[in-house]
Design a protein around this ligand. Sequence first.
Ligand SMILES: Nc1nc2c(c(=O)[nH]1)N[C@H]1C(S)=C(S)[C@@H](COP(=O)(O)O)O[C@H]1N2
Ligand SMILES: [Mo]
Length: 437
Amino acid sequence: MRLSPLRLPETPPPGPFRREWWRSPLRGPWLTALLGSVLLLALPLIILTGLLSYVAYSPDLGRNDIFGGAGPLGFFAFEWPTSPAWLYALNQGVHVTLGIVTIPIVLAKLWSVIPKLFEWPPVRSPAHALERLSLALLVGGILFELVTGVLNVQIYYPWKFSFVQAHLYGAWVFISAFALHVGLKLPLMLRQLRGRGVLSQLREDVAHTRPEPEQPEIEGPTTEPHITVPVQPAAATVSRRGLLALVGGSSLSLLALTAGQSIGGPLRRVALLAPHGPIPGAGPNGFQVNKTAAAVGVTPRQTERWSLRLMGSRPSMLTREQLLAMPQHTEHLPISCVEGWSTTQSWTGVRLRDLARMAGMDGEAQAFVQSLQKRGLFAQTTLAASAVADERSLLALKVNGADLSLDHGFPARVIVPALPGVHCTKWVDRLSFSAPA
Ligand SMILES: Nc1nc2c(c(=O)[nH]1)N[C@H]1C(S)=C(S)[C@@H](COP(=O)(O)O)O[C@H]1N2
Ligand SMILES: [Mo]
């Protein structure tokens, strides 16, 4: 038996390591290139909105610091604006919806190259080892991002690590591998699509569907034949356009089942993949609840003899009656969750900047908000001075004309324009204003 330099037998072991094992006549570089071109449009947008979501969260601000400083990965952070009010709803709607819609395309693309996973010998040279390592990071990276993203949207955390950290670190692994991959494969992708055309290939029906030619790759570190092209092809049972219609149809179905959670209105009712099930009842408080009071251990008793603890250079305590006696303002603003859903309601309450002035702050002030909720990442938040200064930013006492329900944050909650929903702290207990660092 002849051995390769790694002392592996040169003949591949039986099964998927043999090229005869992979028989679909659809697999080949053209199909891979076409699916790749779609991903090349979608993935940069998902990456961009993902990084912007991190910026919008303001990890470098006060106690928002859940990363141990924005760190070397936060170099691109800037101050997120408070206008237009729907900015984060749009950003996160695109990030989550496009991410979900992309899943069938990613799976199809992986299917189209799966024989490469079983290449034999597994490693031919140091360069080949590096190439395969970069592909492992590429594939591992996107699968990790899709799985953690989808589970976060479903508020399901079967792991011990922090989602936000893991999703961000995973993103950088993926981004690096993706940039390298695009750099190496873009010429090949363009050559396939230009050379063989797109529409001409899509005109073929099942009877005319033949395997792609196994011409050697000219570019790239290797001059191997296209090993995804089958050497013993089976007869086609579906055309390439049939396969693409299946993939596209799956993506469109996912779109229909998710987009409503961001767009709202009647579309919300078909958003069956929206994470939180049906809307809680009707009436002024009848809209999506992320975490109920019961879920985070906030009880009605805690709200009974409540007063707001206002901290600044002139601390004070304010009862709900005293807050209601201050000038009230009504703003039509969305809550836009990192999970992609958003809901726009009419909030009424006291302007944060009026409260800052009352607390003795004359110039710019940022706010540290603490909740009656004892524990949890969302029990507190730091708001930038720009958010406090915006006249639409409220300590809301009412929604749609009625008192806030306990689940929506009674006795008082923060509502700020254009920021992630996680900054709209519910059951506010203490508001501490300070000069920005
Ligand atoms: N105290 C507290 N405030 C909170 C949360 C929380 O878990 N605890 N969740 C935040 C998140 S992530 C979002 S998206 C909004 C959701 O508001 P809603 O439950 O009224 O829809 O509240 C925010 N305020
Ligand atoms: Mo959220």
